[in-house]
Design a protein around this ligand. Structure first.
Ligand code: NAP
Length: 247
C-alpha cells in the first residue's frame, strides 16, 4: 500500500498543486475541502490521471468531529505518512482599528485551531509513542508572519506567527518520536485567496516589491512542501522555509 498524504484545503491554489505533486511522487492523496466540491473532484481526477489513489473529503478543519472523520478516512486508504496543514482564510483588507472581534475569532478558528486539531490527530497516529511508524507534518505559514500585513490583515498575520511557533514547539516535542514538523512561508502567490481579501489582482501589485519581481506560483510552493515532507529533508525539523522570491 502506498503512503497516504492528507492535504487540508486541497481543492484550490497551493493545496491543489500540492495534491497533484504528491500524486506524482507516489502518495495516495486525501484532498480535504470545505465548500467547492467540483474543484475538489477535479483535483482528485488530476491525481488519478498520474496513477495515484485519491479521494476527496469535505470537512471544516476547525470542527473537531470533521477532523477526526478525515483521519479515519485516511486510515482506510493506507498508512498515514504526511499531513499538510494548508487550509487557510483571510478577510477583506482593513485597518486594525476597524476590525471586529468576530473577525479575529473566525480567522484564528480556521488558521490556528484548525491546524492544531489536524496536527494533533496526525501526531496521535504517526508518533512512535503511540505505536505509529513516523511521518512528517508541513504547516503552511506565510511571509505575513514576519511582515505583519499592516493596513491589510494583521489578524491573518498573527495567525501565521502562531503557526510558526507551533511548528517549533511541536517539532521539538516529536523530534525523537519519528515525526518531523516544519513550515513553509510562501510570499505572495497567484491564487484565489486575494479575492477573499477584496483585491483579486493583489499578487501582481505586491510583486513589484518582491526582489524576484514576480508572484510565486502554487507549484513552486508545492515543490517546497513535498521536499520538506520527503526523506530528502530527513534532518530538517522544527523550522520554517521561506518560499517568497526573496521578500
Ligand atoms: P485559496 O486558493 O483561497 O484556497 C483555500 C483552500 O482552503 C481551499 O481549498 C478551501 O476549500 C480551503 N479551506 C478554506 N477554509 C477551510 C476550512 N475551514 N476547512 C477546510 N478547508 C478550508 O488559498 P491559497 O492561496 O492556496 O492558500 C493556501 C494556504 O497558503 C493558506 O494557509 C494561506 O494562508 C497560505 N498562503 C497563501 C499565500 C498566497 O499569496 N496565496 C501566501 C502565503 C501563505 P474550498 O475550495 O472548499 O473553499
Amino acid at each position: 500500500m502506498r503512503d497516504v498524504i492528507i492535504v487540508t484545503g486541497g481543492s484550490r491554489g497551493i493545496g491543489a498543486a500540492t495534491c497533484v505533486r504528491a500524486a506524482e511522487a507516489g502518495y495516495s492523496v486525501l484532498v480535504n475541502y470545505v465548500s467547492d466540491t467540483d474543484a475538489a473532484a477535479d483535483v482528485v481526477e488530476q491525481c488519478r490521471s498520474v496513477g495515484a489513489d485519491a479521494a476527496a473529503i469535505r470537512g471544516d478543519v476547525s470542527d473537531e468531529a470533521s477532523v477526526v472523520a478525515m483521519f479515519d478516512a485516511a486510515e482506510v486508504m493506507g498508512p498515514l505518512r504526511v499531513l499538510v496543514n494548508n487550509a487557510g482564510i483571510l478577510h477583506p483588507q482593513m485597518r486594525f482599528d476597524e476590525m471586529s472581534v468576530d473577525r479575529w475569532r473566525d480567522v484564528f478558528e480556521v488558521n490556528v485551531i484548525g491546524a492544531f486539531l489536524c496536527a494533533r490527530e496526525a501526531a496521535r497516529r504517526m508518533s512512535t509513542v503511540h505505536g505509529g511508524r513516523g511521518g512528517s507534518i508541513v504547516n503552511v505559514s506565510s511571509a505575513a508572519s514576519y511582515l505583519g500585513s499592516p493596513g491589510e490583515y494583521v489578524d491573518y498575520a498573527a495567525t501565521k506567527a502562531a503557526i510558526d511557533t507551533m511548528t517549533i514547539g511541536l517539532g521539538r516535542e516529536l523530534a525523537n518520536e519519528g515525526v518531523r514538523v516544519n513550515a513553509v512561508r510562501p510570499g505572495v502567490v497567484r491564487t484565489q485567496i486575494h479575492a477573499s481579501g477584496g483585491e483579486p489582482g493583489r499578487a501582481e501589485r505586491v510583486a513589484t516589491g518582491v526582489p524576484m519581481q514576480r508572484p510565486g506560483e502554487p507549484a513552486e510552493v508545492a515543490a517546497t512542501i513535498l521536499w520538506l515532507a520527503s526523506d530528502a529533508a530527513s534532518y530538517v525539523t522544527a523550522t520554517t522555509v521561506d518560499c517568497s522570491g526573496g521578500r
